[in-house]
Design a protein around this ligand. Structure first.
Ligand code: FO1
Length: 329
């Protein structure tokens, strides 16, 4: 098990990867892990390029994450954000912490001086040492926007707003009719992304949001093909336990694309590699064990183990279960 690649969003992907690194440190100390991260949540705000999922993975694996929030830095202050609000600028509902601002300032400085997002990310990781190769899914901007189904505040039904406004300002409680990845048609996979999939021994789809996080990475040209052609085993971990999303509002996202909120439905949504999909195997929670025969009939080898990411021992055990499942798939 030398080369492991993880396709991650923010909190869920970062926490799973922390367990994976802990497990590999014992089982396969010479394994190299690459994390391909969703950049669909990225936005320009206050003149800065904000990359929520890249930062969440970098901080979580680098020991700088606010553990309670799952994003941003601990012991934060928001003095600069309050000053920006005093000018009536920025997003009052999306606070940039003072410590976190340094990351956005340095990244934006690098981008404005000709670095690609991959190069800027690599630079930031020199400080944080996440213990993985951290790759944006693309160096071109791809932003997830949602189409509103109703009027709200200054917005009208039919308008598209940035995913983060829907997610953070409205907590996904405003009905939408769909998602759009703006910039996707001009985007290519970032350097090393497709090879990290095709040359891996194991590829993991962690319990990140299957629509706006993993789904966005899968939409990048060439990624699906790489997953379908890789010699690696491709194993996913269900973000849904007992019919409820483990984190965030994944159930609202699934409903929007017409997928039922269940471990079975998400597994079938990803699909078996033997049947046009991307999975060889699917790890679900014990409470969803009734789905195992249906998944097997669909060509997806599955196992039912605890997949609540309550703490590091839990995520380490999940990683062990993923590797065990990969060995049998
Ligand atoms: N999430 C919130 O709910 N409120 C915020 O004010 C907020 C600010 C923020 C700033 C930087 C950053 O990297 C993430 C931030 N997030 C915030 C989390 C963000 O919405 C999520 O990490 C992902 O975009 C969704 O998975």
């Amino acid at each position: 098990m030398k080369r492991v690649t993880v396709l991650a969003g923010g909190v869920g992907g970062a926490r799973f990867t922390r367990g994976l690194l802990a497990h590999l440190a014992v089982l396969a100390p010479d394994a190299a892990v690459t994390v391909i991260v969703n950049t669909g949540d990225d936005m320009w705000l206050d003149g800065l390029r904000i990359c929520p999922d890249l930062d969440t993975v970098m901080y979580t694996l680098g020991g700088g994450i606010n553990e309670e929030q799952g994003w941003g830095r601990p012991d934060e202050t928001r003095r600069a954000s309050a000053e920006i609000a005093a000018y009536g600028r920025g997003w009052s509902w999306f606070t940039l912490g003072d410590l976190d601002l340094a990351t956005h300032i340095v990244r934006t400085d690098l981008l404005r001086n000709g670095s690609t997002l991959s190069q800027a990310t690599e630079f930031l990781c020199r400080r944080w040492q996440p213990g993985v190769r951290l790759l944006p899914m693309s160096d071109q901007p791809v932003e997830t926007h949602v189409c509103l189904a109703e009027n709200i505040d200054e917005h009208t039904a039919g308008d598209y707003i940035h995913f983060e406004e829907w997610w953070v300002r409205y907590r996904a409680r405003v009905t939408i009719t769909g998602f759009k990845q703006q910039g996707l048609t001009d985007a290519v996979a970032a350097p090393g992304v497709l090879e990290a999939i095709t040359e891996a021994d194991l590829v993991v789809l962690p319990p990140s949001n299957p629509v706006v996080s993993v789904g966005t990475i899968l939409a990048v040209p060439g990624v699906r093909q790489a997953l379908r052609s890789t010699g690696a085993r491709v194993v996913g971990v269900s973000p849904i336990i007992g019919g409820a999303a483990v984190r965030g509002m994944a159930d609202t996202c699934l409903h929007t694309i017409g997928v039922e909120t269940s471990a079975l439905a998400v597994g079938l949504h990803y699909g078996a590699r033997t049947n046009g999909g991307v999975l060889d195997a699917w790890l679900i929670d014990g409470t969803d064990a009734a789905a195992l025969p249906t998944l097997a009939a669909a060509g997806i080898r599955s196992a039912a183990v605890p997949v609540w990411m309550t703490d590091l021992p839990a995520t380490t055990a999940m990683a062990a279960a993923v590797l065990a499942l990969a060995a049998t798939a």
